[in-house]
Write a protein that binds this ligand. Structure first.
Ligand code: FE2
Length: 439
């Protein structure tokens, strides 16, 4: 075997293996195990820190990101003002500004070790401005980020009338969505709970699922992002997935109405989701701030039933959804912050549950996106992140620094370790918040 290009020595892995070496050649992992023999062209000492496959965000809105304050801030912080604000911003968007903001976000993402993102892109625009902009961004960042685009009819594929905004436009919202797919958008989106009626919502799910089936595409719908327990479009999505044989290719995003549903109904619904091979994505930062806004007290959390879905064998991911846009003024592309919030909101504080929260921002979304060569095993792409933490739970606790980020075996970002210098009598000169090693 010829000499590896890169060897990372003394790293821990998310599956619990400790003090492992990882050898890389030609952008792939060619060896992984304890004390690998031989020398590489370059060796990095991991110092007993956690080496993770890259973070993956399977639910994002890159056409809106970093637009916070344009044309004004969301004064109430609510979903409806956010949607109204996006409507005000849309006519003012330019392709250059969209590309610039998305590229800036991708820089943040790379520095955070976030190397795969599924972003929705609004297709309710006869110009398809954002679609064209994000296709260009996808092309530009391809060497370092896998970007997957979802054709997302933000204003409802049946509700939105393009001629209202652009008199003379003959396309329907479905025509615009199809044009986006023809241009190369990867996934079919939808927003059934935003259609005018429950019937229209159901009809939109059927139409869009059939469109995806015809084209052999994956589906990712904003589904039941409401506190209304009667919003049951996930049931239709699971049924259509089964009917059209789309198992393993369909994701329901948000599913917040499940939080408020009747328990008896949910006892039927979760097995349907599991048997249909539909995955779920919760967006903890957004769900906890947007949902429950009509409540006084007690105030619902609004996040979907993550532990129960996991227990039924459903693949569940946590997405970021928004960073500094009309809906959410915070965030920095840190999927550990997302996992941290998800863990708290879902009360997933058991040891295995905390590890599942780490998987919800790594392995689970990678599976939902269908990423090829993802993971830490021989033959996988040499894409990984060295974290300033010894295990996944510590990584979440500390929102650990990304000491190094590699893509195809090449270092693309480095962050200095988080440490503080102390000036206290009789105390250590430095702290890094890592747990003390025992034994
Ligand atoms: Fe979203």
């Amino acid at each position: 075997m010829s000499q590896p290009d890169l060897m990372l020595r003394h790293v821990n892995l998310p599956d619990g293996r400790v003090d492992v070496d990882v050898a890389v050649r030609d952008g792939r992992i060619v060896g992984i195990g304890p004390a690998l023999p031989g020398e590489a062209h370059e060796t990095v000492d991991g110092g007993g820190m956690l080496l993770s496959p890259p973070f993956v965000d399977v639910h994002f809105h890159m056409d809106a990101t970093l637009s916070y304050g344009l044309p004004r801030v969301n004064a109430s912080g609510t979903l409806l003002e956010g949607i109204a604000l996006w409507g005000e911003l849309k006519p003012l968007l330019t392709q250059e500004a969209l590309i610039e903001r998305a590229m800036a976000y991708c820089d943040w993402a790379a520095a955070r070790g976030l190397l795969a993102i599924r972003t929705h892109v609004d297709t309710c625009d006869p110009r398809l401005l954002a679609v064209e902009a994000l296709l260009e961004v996808k092309r530009r960042v391809a060497p370092w980020i896998d970007l997957q685009l979802v054709a997302f009819p933000q204003d409802g594929v049946l509700r939105y009338d393009p001629a209202r905004d652009h008199p003379g436009c003959r396309d329907s919202a479905l025509d615009l969505l199809r044009k986006a797919l023809d241009l190369g958008v990867d996934v079919v989106g939808g927003i059934p709970h935003f259609e005018r009626t429950m019937d229209a919502g159901r009809e939109s799910v059927r139409l869009l699922a059939e469109e995806a089936a015809r084209r052999g595409l994956r589906i990712d719908m904003h589904c039941d992002e409401t506190d209304d327990p009667m919003s049951r479009h996930i049931e239709t999505l699971a049924f259509e997935t089964h009917r059209l044989g789309l198992q393993g290719r369909v994701n329901g995003s948000h599913l917040t109405s499940m939080h408020s549903m009747d328990n008896y109904y949910v006892s039927k619904l979760i097995p349907l989701i599991a048997e249909s091979g539909v995955s779920a994505t919760a967006n903890p930062l957004i769900n906890i701030t947007i949902q429950g806004r009509h409540d006084t007290y007690p105030k619902r959390r609004g996040m979907t039933r993550v532990p129960e879905l996991l227990a039924a064998g459903v693949t569940v991911a946590f997405g970021h959804d928004c960073v500094m846009d009309p809906w959410y003024s915070l965030g920095s592309g840190d999927m550990l912050e997302v996992a941290h919030m998800g863990l708290h909101v879902a009360q997933m504080t058991g040891q295995q549950a905390m590890r599942q929260c780490f998987a919800a921002v790594t392995e689970a979304p990678a599976a939902i996106m269908g990423l090829e060569g993802y993971g830490l095993a021989e033959g996988c792409h040499a894409d990984f992140v060295l974290l300033q933490a010894r295990d996944p739970i510590e990584a979440i606790r500390l929102r650990a620094a990304r000491l190094g980020v590699w893509r195809r075996g090449r270092l693309i970002s480095r962050t200095a370790p988080a440490t503080a210098q102390l000036h206290l009598p009789g105390r250590p000169s430095q702290v890094d918040w890592l747990a003390a090693r025992r034994g």
